[in-house]
Ligand binder design. Structure first.
Ligand code: DX5
Ligand code: ZN
Length: 232
């Protein structure tokens, strides 16, 4: 996984057919996805439940590229090894999920995965400078976590401040929630490089008709790239 700030689209399988994860992962990658974003919810940290490490391990062989696991669970630490063994390339934990985020990030790196720090819309960047040397990604939530298909909450100012704080460090800025061809340019311009999109990628397609996934991915990517002045 080499570092680049080029725009990357990470479809969230929260919006996929849950009875068909393997084929859905293959379909979005074939259609141009850069990463596959996997949302783990526990019914405690967030008011919804998805799945755990066993499902991640089952999905893994169907992903050629990066498996980006977003843990919306509390506590986190006891489960990190399980998600790393399941083959997660990146494991993100929420700063709000417990009192010892430093320990959690250490444990993620020890597990061999890249460490991500997820931040809810209501949380600021206080204390982040103490964690910059131990993270590979910051996931800025632009919805309150728990469900797909919610309305985008503009976090442009936070993302700009975060981009300045990161400076030249090899840390990705990922945006999660409400990403569409309309909202992605705002986040790209603010400094984000990874755009998670669930409903806006999977809408209109299926594993038997995956072409809309490709059109949806291209629409988000080209809108974000155009905002950066990249030739599309
Ligand atoms: C929300 C999840 C997101 C979600 C995004 O809790 O973390 O990854 O699936 O879905 P959309 O793109 O539909 O807002
Ligand atoms: Zn997510």
């Amino acid at each position: 996984m080499s570092f680049s700030r080029a725009i990357k689209i990470a479809p969230s399988i929260l919006a996929a057919d849950f009875a068909n994860f393997g084929a859905e992962c293959r379909a979005v990658e074939d259609q141009g996805a850069d990463w596959v974003h996997v949302d783990v919810m526990d019914g405690h940290f967030v008011p919804n439940i998805t799945f755990g490490p066993a499902t991640c391990a089952a999905i893994r062989p169907h992903i050629r590229g990066v498996m980006d696991v977003h843990l919306m669970i509390a506590p986190v630490d006891t489960y990190i090894e399980g998600f790393a063994k399941a083959g997660a390339d990146i494991i993100s934990a929420h700063i709000e999920a417990g009192p010892h985020i430093h320990r959690t990030l250490q444990a993620i790196r020890v597990s061999g995965a890249k460490a991500g720090l997820a931040i809810n819309p209501g949380t600021g960047l206080d204390g982040l400078e103490n964690l910059l040397d131990m993270i590979d990604l910051v996931c800025v939530m632009t919805v309150n976590p728990g469900f797909g298909g919610q309305r985008f909450i503009d976090m442009s100012d936070k993302v700009k401040r975060l981009r300045a704080l990161i400076g030249a460090r090899p840390i990705h800025i990922e945006i999660d929630g409400g990403m569409t061809p309309e909202t992605a340019p705002l986040m790209a311009r603010a400094g984000a490089d990874v755009l998670v999109a669930g409903s806006a990628v999977f809408k209109g397609g299926s594993v038997d008709n995956p072409a809309p996934y490709g059109a949806n991915i291209r629409a988000i990517r080209s809108a974000a790239q155009a905002a950066l002045g990249v030739e599309v």
